[in-house]
Design a protein around this ligand. Structure first.
Ligand code: CP3
Length: 341
């Protein structure tokens, strides 16, 4: 079972590639009319995530339509809190919402350490997608980083400040560590399950990294990310911590293959800080894709040259916005695929 296109895996391992590979965060989703069509047949987002046939269909769509070099399994980072005992709802036009949140030691004690059986619908979707992809491109599995999942479990929804989650860190640090450890153990089990089902590569999303101070980040986030990197090394792993400028040097020491950069992180400075042993992923501002085609091409080539030919996986600095024009997205992907050093 050899992959026809393994550019992303080779780039992640630091091997030579003929050209820079590309995939996009949130490539499966609302920018595609084909996604919206499948979505409209369903009761809601969760039903789509929990029905392997449909999750498989929308996972493969961007490979066919956008021509990206990898698929990412259609799911959400919030399946972990749910598997641990906190169900979520995806409220239309608002985002995630949890009816129960974590407040006390008893709440934490009642949570289950999740195992892959609790997330059989994702595992089944991965197996189906591997068959559907027929080895055309690698399949990326993913999970939220423990701090970001912790923040949702305390806040019960997204937040501008994450003040409740941070209050918990300042007022109940021991309990915070207990919860973070339980999330970490669940995430390790889950990611290992994804690899066993066929995921060729993994990504950890620390979307709310920027809410913490450098010291807090080391204590409450990086420590657990590091445990995951050490425990899950069957396939290449990328750590993407949004807004985590202050921790780039430490990121270079993680036992993982690649580090995701957002668009606020200078490329040369990030290389210097992270060091040569990691592949860098990113980091175009998704808003560039609102610009004219000529501007998109020019800026994309500029980005490619800044990263250079080695150890780069092209991507955005965060997910695609739902109102972006699909053709502009294809222009970004094609510019990368056509460029040669
Ligand atoms: O294509 C892909 O990238 C794979 C699928 C994927 C989704 N969510 C599907 C989704 C991935 C990798 C995620 C990760 C995720 N989910 C993150 C980390 C990445 C990031 O964006 O920082 C976070 C923080 C979440 C939590 C989440 N899920 C929020 C805040 C929202 C609502 C905001 C929004 O964009 O609507 C979601 C919903 C969600 N997850 C959608 C999709 C396609 C939109 C749901 C819809 O179809 O209406």
């Amino acid at each position: 079972m050899t992959l026809k296109n393994d550019l992303i895996l080779r780039a992640a391992r630091g091997e030579k590639v003929e050209r820079t590979p590309v995939w996009l965060m949130r490539q499966a989703g609302r920018i595609l009319p084909e996604y919206r069509k499948v979505r409209s047949k369903m009761g809601g987002f969760k039903e789509l995530v929990e029905t392997p046939e449909f999750a498989c269909e929308v996972t493969i769509q961007p490979v066919d339509i956008l021509g990206v070099d990898a698929a990412i399994i259609f799911s959400d980072i919030l399946v972990i809190p749910e598997a641990m005992g906190l169900p979520y709802q995806m409220v239309e036009a608002k985002g995630p919402w949890f009816e129960k949140t974590i407040k006390t030691a008893e709440d934490i004690a009642q949570l289950k350490t999740a195992d892959p059986d609790d997330l059989h619908y994702v595992i089944d979707a991965i197996k189906l997608t591997k068959i559907g992809l027929n080895n055309r491109v690698p399949l990326i599995g993913f999970a939220g980083a423990p701090w970001t999942i912790f923040a949702y479990m305390i806040e019960g929804s997204g937040s501008k400040t994450f003040s409740q989650a941070k209050k918990f860190l300042y007022t109940q640090p021991m309990l915070a560590h207990q919860l973070l450890q339980k999330i970490t153990d669940s995430t390790i089990n889950y990611l290992k399950g994804q690899v066993a089902a066929g995921a060729d590569m993994l990504q950890l999303f620390d979307s709310w990294a920027g809410a913490l101070s450098p010291e807090q980040y080391n204590e409450f986030s990086l420590k657990y990310i590091s445990q995951i990197c050490d425990a899950v090394n069957e396939v290449p792993l990328t750590v993407f911590a949004k807004d985590a400028h202050f921790v780039r040097r430490e990121m270079g020491k993680l036992n993982c293959n690649s580090i995701g950069l957002d668009w606020t992180m200078d490329i040369a400075e990030s290389r210097e800080m992270i060091g040569g042993s990691k592949t860098l992923q990113g980091n175009m501002d998704p808003c560039l894709l609102y610009a004219d085609y000529a501007v998109i091409k020019k800026e994309t080539i500029k980005m490619l040259k800044k990263f250079g030919p080695d150890r780069h996986i092209a991507n955005l600095g965060h997910g695609l916005y739902p109102d972006l024009d699909k053709d502009k997205v294809i222009c970004f992907v094609d510019t990368i695929k056509e460029f040669r050093f």
